[in-house]
Design a protein around this ligand. Structure first.
Ligand SMILES: [Zn+2]
Length: 152
């Protein structure tokens, strides 16, 4: 494998490019097959469940909820698919896999666990600490305003 270092910087070497593309496409396949299995399941349950729903109204409303959950799950997966396509597009552009904050390469290990990570581990941790501080601060002010409301 040939590794060409360029002065323009952002040109990913082909090894990493291939790895990242592999991660995204693998995830894409997993989701697609999960959705297809789900749809088959829903159809199978739908046809066999028909006889019960007439006899038991409670069960039918329960299966409605079940359908809603299934639908929400499929929708969630569809959104994830969009994210994967988006990530693949960014990969083509050469911006995928780099930290949004500091521009460093996000480790492959991290991208395997979190394919849509836009920050490296360090930046994400810093952001979480900052977010936690904000949450604590707003909790404290929330509590004190509640206290004021109660005393007035
Ligand atoms: Zn970073």
């Amino acid at each position: 494998m040939k590794r060409t270092k360029t002065t323009t910087g952002r040109n990913m070497d082909t090894g990493r490019y291939g790895e990242l593309k592999g991660i995204l496409e693998e995830r894409r396949r997993e989701i697609l097959s999960a959705v297809q299995t789900k749809i088959k399941d829903v159809r199978a349950e739908g046809s066999s469940g028909m006889m019960h729903t007439v006899a038991d109204a409670a069960e039918s409303s329960e299966s409605d909820i079940q359908d809603d959950i299934e639908f929400a799950l499929i929708q969630l997966k569809a959104e994830t698919l969009n994210k994967i396509d988006e990530a693949l597009r960014r990969l083509e552009e050469g911006s995928y896999g780099y930290c949004f904050e500091c521009g460093e390469e996000i480790s492959e290990q991290r991208l395997r666990a979190l394919p849509f990570a836009v920050r490296c581990k360090d930046c994400e941790e810093q952001r979480e600490i900052a977010a936690q501080r904000d949450r604590l601060a707003s909790q404290r002010s929330g509590r004190s305003s509640l206290f004021l409301d109660m005393s007035s």
